[in-house]
Structure formats: structure tokens, C-alpha cells
Design a protein around this ligand. Structure first.
Ligand code: NAD
Ligand code: WQD
Length: 334
């Protein structure tokens, strides 16, 4: 049995589908602060399998210990946490509380109950301003906002824990920019309020919920002047988690990138989404967004070598699947 914290969220719900399809049993622990229980109904519909749902907060150590022992969990996939860079600047204490203290409580519960295998959702944001590209896993770590620092702190806690007890098995997965949705269109990203991220915003323009996209900066040192990112299909990402989990039968601690290795600009994403949706995306070039980097993308050799995993889905597939989800669920899970 695998405990999936934050399993009702965007990435966690797709990972649950991948886990159930791989024959694993799943118990989800989520407080639904940024998700809907309906996502988990849909996960079961897609996979034709049942999972167990526990509504609880990761800062509640007793609740986690109870779940780990009652369900005889052997490993944890840890997605739960807050993820907005902007909010983390405005409310750093909330972010350190939910992400760092929450993760610490989870790890203590694991230690106490003898569950020593964990896959952790980290982020390319831990690398900070690129010293070189692509980011390899040994690129210096220098998070440049509170959200990124919470991810780096949690990584450090896990590395320290492994040093103190090398019977742990720790997979730190550094995601690049997850987009897209399950091919069924039944689950996908459902941001609350105005989306901060590019593809969810573009999708809401396409469906008519927003008038136009603001492109944050057209004067970067990139081929077309707009920001470049490594977008990865959320189902490729989910499959990467299953590969990482399968390595945890032996004690080890590693950090690995999950990206495609290819960068796409904002204008390339707009064109790909227009082609996938058949809708025009009106946009306007605006000043740069504070804290944004010009370009970054993943080195992927280590993931291929270590996990035997590679992202296979194209930007076109990411946009087509994202659009299927958005157009069949115009208001998300609401
Ligand atoms: P999400 O907000 O959709 O999912 C997070 C889930 O955790 C939600 O279901 C939420 O209700 C739950 N949650 C939050 N705080 C909780 C708490 N204290 N106790 C219990 N449950 C709690 O986000 P996501 O995009 O699915 O991201 C999942 C993980 O991946 C996060 O840790 C995020 O930081 C990380 N990550 C995301 C991205 C991205 O771009 N989406 C990139 C890199 C890393
Ligand atoms: C992508 C590109 C924007 C919105 C963030 C976090 C990162 C990780 C993933 C969790 C940039 C441009 C965006 C818009 C735009 N999350 N853009 N108009 O900033 O690369 O990464 O999410 O770990 O930590 O920082 O993603 O989707 O916000 O932006 O022009 O309305 O799209 O400037 O070039 P980002 P994003």
C-alpha cells in the first residue's frame, strides 16, 4: 500500500492513475485545500480500481501515523503542499508551515512507524538562476523565492535523514513545468482563481473564461524574446514516479530531473495550443514578471540512466490533452 499525500491535486491525481495501473494499492491523504474529492472519483473511474481516501492535514502527525499503520503502507509519495511562488512571497510563514513543518511531521511519522521509502515532489526551482544550461542534477542549488527555499529545505532534511539512517530509500524528483492532462479528459489541472501558470491561463482564454493572455516579457535573450521553459506532460511525469518507486526496494538517496530536455517559448506554446484547440489566443506583450528567469530546461541523461525513464509526449500532445480536459470541464471540478 502506497500513501499518496496530496493525491487529489493536479499531479497527485495523475500519479494515482499511474500507480493503480501499475497494480499498486493506494491510500490518499489530502486536506482538499487546493483540490476536489471529485478528482479521486475520476481517478477510480479511469483506472477501474478503488483507492482509500483520508481527509487530513500533513501537519497532523498522529493522523499520518494512524494511516501508515492501519493501511500497512510500505512507501510514501509526497505531493501535499502549497505551490504558488507569488503567494509564498506574500505569506512566507504559511509556506514554511505547510511545506517544511508539514513534511517534517510526515517524515517523523514515517520514522516512528518504520516506513522508510519516499518519493518527494521537488522542483527545478531549487536550481535558481542558471550558471549553465541544461540544468544537470549537480548544478548549484540556490532557490530564489520562499516557495523554492521550502523545496530545498525539504530536500536537505531528506538528505540528512538518509545520512543518519542509510536504510531509508529517498527519491527526490525535480519537476520542470508539468502541463497537460490524462488522455481521457476526466482529470486535469483546476486552478482556483486567476491562474498564475501559462498553460492553465491559455486554456481559460481558449474556453472564453478570460479575454486575453498577458505575455510577461518580449525582450528576453531567447530566440523570440519570450521566456523559455521545459514543459512536460503530466502523464510522463506520473510514469516517472512509478519508475522511481520501483528503485526504492534498495536503500539509496537520489535527486533526479523530470523534464523533456527541450525548451519552448511562450509564443511556441500559444501556437501549439491554438493548433490543438482550433481557438485563437489573443495576447499582448507586457513588461517582465518579477522573479522570472529567461530560460531553463532539464538535462535528462541521469533520469534515463537511473530510472530507465524518458518523457515521450510532445508539446502538441500536452496541449491537445489539456484542451480535452478544459473543454469537457469548462469550470474544472466545480
Ligand atoms: P496541487 O495544489 O494541485 O496539489 C497539492 C495537493 O496537496 C492538493 O490536493 C492540496 O489539497 C493538498 N495539500 C496542500 N497542503 C496540504 C496539507 N497541509 N495537508 C494535506 N494536503 C495538503 O499541486 P500540484 O501541482 O499537484 O503539485 C504537487 C506537488 O508538486 C507540490 O508539492 C508542488 O510543490 C510540486 N511541484 C509542482 C509543480 C507544478 O508546476 N505544478 C512543479 C514542481 C513541483
Ligand atoms: C512559464 C512562462 C512566464 C503566465 C512556475 C514556478 C516553478 C514551478 C512551475 C512549482 C514564463 C510566462 C506565464 C502568463 C506568461 N512550480 N507566462 N503569461 O514561472 O516557469 O514556473 O511553475 O514548483 O517553481 O515558478 O511557470 O507557467 O508561470 O510561466 O507570459 O500569464 O510563461 O513569464 O516565461 P514558471 P509559468
Amino acid at each position: 500500500m502506497i500513501l499518496v499525500t496530496g493525491g487529489a491535486g493536479y499531479i497527485g491525481s495523475h500519479a494515482c492513475v499511474a500507480l493503480l495501473s501499475a497494480g499498486e494499492e493506494v491510500v490518499v491523504l489530502d486536506n482538499f485545500c487546493n483540490s476536489s474529492p471529485l478528482a479521486l472519483e475520476r481517478v477510480q473511474q479511469i483506472s477501474g480500481k478503488r483507492l482509500t481516501v483520508v481527509e487530513a492535514d500533513i501537519r497532523d502527525q498522529d493522523a499520518i501515523e494512524k494511516v501508515l499503520t492501519q493501511h500497512k503502507c510500505t512507501a510514501v509519495m509526497h505531493f501535499a503542499g502549497l505551490k504558488s511562488v507569488q503567494d509564498s512571497v506574500a505569506q512566507p510563514l504559511e509556506y514554511y508551515d505547510q511545506n517544511v513543518i508539514g513534511s517534517h511531521r510526515l517524515f517523523q511519522a514515517m520514522q516512528k512507524t518504520g516506513v522508510k521509502k519516499i518519493v518527494f515532489s521537488s522542483s527545478a526551482t531549487v536550481y535558481g538562476t542558471p550558471k549553465f544550461l541544461p540544468y544537470t542534477e549537480d548544478h548549484p542549488l540556490n532557490a530564489i523565492n520562499p516557495y523554492g527555499r521550502t523545496k530545498l529545505m525539504i530536500e536537505d532534511i531528506l538528505r540528512d535523514q538518509y545520512v543518519s539512517d542509510p536504510t531509508w530509500a529517498v527519491a527526490i524528483l525535480r519537476y520542470f513545468n508539468p502541463v497537460g492532462a490524462h488522455e481521457s479528459g476526466l482529470i486535469g489541472e483546476d486552478p482556483k482563481g486567476v491562474p498564475n501558470n501559462l498553460v492553465p491561463f491559455v486554456a481559460q482564454v481558449a474556453i472564453g473564461r478570460r479575454d486575453q493572455l498577458n505575455v510577461w516579457g518580449g525582450d528576453y535573450d531567447t530566440p523570440d524574446g519570450t521566456g523559455v521553459r521545459d514543459y512536460i506532460h503530466v502523464m510522463d511525469l506520473a510514469d516517472g514516479h512509478v519508475s522511481a518507486l520501483s528503485l526504492l526496494s534498495s536503500p539509496q538517496c537520489f535527486a533526479v530531473n523530470l523534464g523533456t530536455g527541450a525548451g519552448s517559448s511562450v509564443l511556441e506554446v500559444i501556437r501549439a495550443f491554438e493548433a490543438a484547440s482550433g481557438k485563437q489566443i489573443p495576447y499582448e506583450i507586457k513588461p517582465r514578471r518579477a522573479g522570472d528567469l529567461a530560460a531553463y530546461y532539464a538535462a535528462t541523461d541521469y533520469a534515463t540512466e537511473l530510472l530507465g525513464w524518458k518523457a515521450t509526449r510532445s508539446l502538441e500532445a500536452m496541449c491537445a490533452d489539456h484542451w480535452r480536459w478544459q473543454s469537457s470541464n469548462p469550470n474544472g471540478y466545480a
